[in-house]
Design a binder for this molecule. Structure first.
Ligand code: ADP
Length: 302
């Protein structure tokens, strides 16, 4: 006799991997580290955000970042380039921030305004302050496993898996999307955790044949509803990195209703990867501040 006779008629639902509690834990760790830093070095490190013209989505993201800074005790600084955003002006602002000893981390509005090459940023931004892992040096360090800053979203994906108790070693991880900010760095981080990794993209044939193999599925395609429940292996863990705005609502790449019936666990959108990404960025800023403080102390020692 079943303890709950209705149980077989009801679809089982996967566990929700909410980002908020993980983000709160991370922020508490960062807050303690910032306080210790201030005690040791006598100043509050800053995260500077370079805002290029006007972008509604970036403005919204920036408000979240500034709130996160305030909640962990970091200084959040907005630097605006108004009017015509030329490469020379972006370079000049980046050089100024690179040279400012209180600025530990720098983020730059993404996507860049039309006509501005990403090289302007990747060739100017000091890799030591590149807390969102955009520069080639950080990409290389992460790939080699020599530290460096991975893009915050990619690392947030791993934090969610790790802190939710998913044991990754030996699992088949399938990633949908090969962008430099999510798909590729997530692949590197999962390889480091000893997953077998498949990367799918727009030209992949029969996406479903790959997604059905996934013990862990990371979807970062920016395509709402791309992945449905029938494309999943039963019991899979799904991280939905997509964020698109449809009719004023934020939606992911995974059709959550059908996916939750097949997956063992799934991140919600909103409220999954997003909050953890912001907290990871804070963690990167205090890590950058500590490395920079050590380096300047070494430089000052005869
Ligand atoms: P993000 O910043 O979220 O990674 P991008 O737009 O930079 O988003 O990259 C989107 C990635 O998703 C690309 O690598 C692209 O090949 C992949 N992608 C988009 N649509 C599909 C699709 N229908 N099937 C498989 N991959 C897709």
């Amino acid at each position: 006799m079943l303890a709950d006779p209705g149980a077989l008629d009801r679809p089982a639902r996967g566990r929700l991997l909410a980002g908020a509690p993980i983000a709160a834990d991370l922020r508490a760790e960062v807050r303690a580290a910032v306080e210790a830093f201030r005690g040791r070095h006598g100043y509050t490190p800053a995260l500077a955000a370079l805002v290029l013209g006007r972008s509604e989505p970036f403005a919204r993201y920036l408000q979240q970042i500034l709130r996160a800074c305030a909640s962990v005790g970091l200084e959040g600084r907005e630097v605006h380039v108004e009017g015509r955003v030329s490469a020379a002006r972006v370079r000049a602002e980046l050089c100024r921030l690179n040279a400012d000893p209180h600025v530990a981390g720098i983020i730059v509005q993404q996507p860049l305004p039309r006509g501005l090459s990403p090289r302007v940023v990747t060739e100017t931004l000091d890799p030591a302050k590149d807390v969102d892992g955009l520069t080639p040096l950080n990409t290389g360090l992460v790939t080699l496993g020599y530290g460096g800053f991975a893009p915050a979203t990619a690392e947030a994906t791993l934090e969610i898996l790790r802190r939710s108790g998913v044991s990754l070693e030996g699992l088949h991880a399938v990633i949908v999307g090969r962008s430099h900010v999510v798909g590729r760095p997530v692949a590197q981080l999962l390889l480091r955790e000893h997953c077998t990794v498949t990367i799918c993209h727009r030209r992949t044939r029969e996406l479903v044949s790959h997604t059905r193999q996934a013990d862990v599925l990371v979807v970062a395609a920016g395509a709402p509803g791309l992945v449905t429940g029938e494309m999943l292996k039963p019991g899979a863990v799904v991280v939905d990195v997509g964020t698109s705005v449809i009719d004023g609502r934020i939606v992911g790449d995974v059709e959550s209703e059908s996916a939750a019936r097949v997956a063992a666990a799934i991140t919600p959108v909103p409220g999954g990867v997003g909050p953890v990404t912001n907290a990871v960025l804070m963690q990167h800023v205090i890590r950058a501040a500590e490395v920079q403080a050590r380096a300047s102390r070494r430089a000052a020692t005869p």
